[in-house]
Design a protein around this ligand. Sequence first.
Ligand code: 2HA
Ligand code: ZN
Length: 266
Amino acid sequence: MKLSINNKLQAQLDEVAEIAGYLWEKGWAERNAGNISINVSEFIGDENRNLSAQSKYPLPRNMKELAGDFFFVTGTGKRMRDVAKCPLSNGSIVRVSQDGDSYDVISEENVKPTSELASHFSILASFKKKGSNNRLVLHTHPTDLIAMSHIPELKNEKALNELLWGMHPETFIVVPRGIGLVPYEVPGTLAIADLTLPTLDRHDIVIWEKHGVFAVGENLTDTFDLIDTLSKSAQIYAFARTCGYTPEGLTKEQIQGLIEPFGIKL
Ligand code: 2HA
Ligand code: ZN
């Protein structure tokens, strides 16, 4: 039996393809940079629940919170620009085992999942444990936000968020929880997940210092929008600096003045 793609699963794969295309077009996804994992359990359909495994991989720690869940996960070494053309040739549908110790690839093309799967699943397991509705993670390499993480004066969440919110009113409206900062750690490790997790109590997006961003959410398009909006702010800042000026930024009062008209909940 092979995976059957119902309309809901197809719609989710179409959204992955659309967003993967944006990541490439934005210049945030050189070579195989970036990865996406998204819980598709609600779309998988009974016909696909018991498909046999094409391959089976151990999880680096027990993730019983995800037992029996299904995910679309981009493939290791695969290019985001190819995910945009065909998600199932450049990613796979996987099923976490009932004991939470391993997972099976069940999609036909048997693509090996991303090197960041350990960090993705460990974070998604912890969301489930806390009862959070977040069901996806998105990692990408936005040049402008990575550049900000190389600037010593901005290695401080307060300074960084004040600067980014100050560049454009939409930034505070779209990302009122701001961006978190996670110190440099080796890509693809559980250590990076463990450093990231506490920061996600306060933010839906973090910068992995000198590497990229990691964003979470319920809806892939909205999660992409968080990154895109912050990236716009970083660009306004860099553009003014390139012209030889330090941008003035919105005042604290102007930023606070957005809370009431836009019904922002902090
Ligand atoms: O998928 O971006 O951090 C390649 C990476 C690892
Ligand atoms: Zn990366």
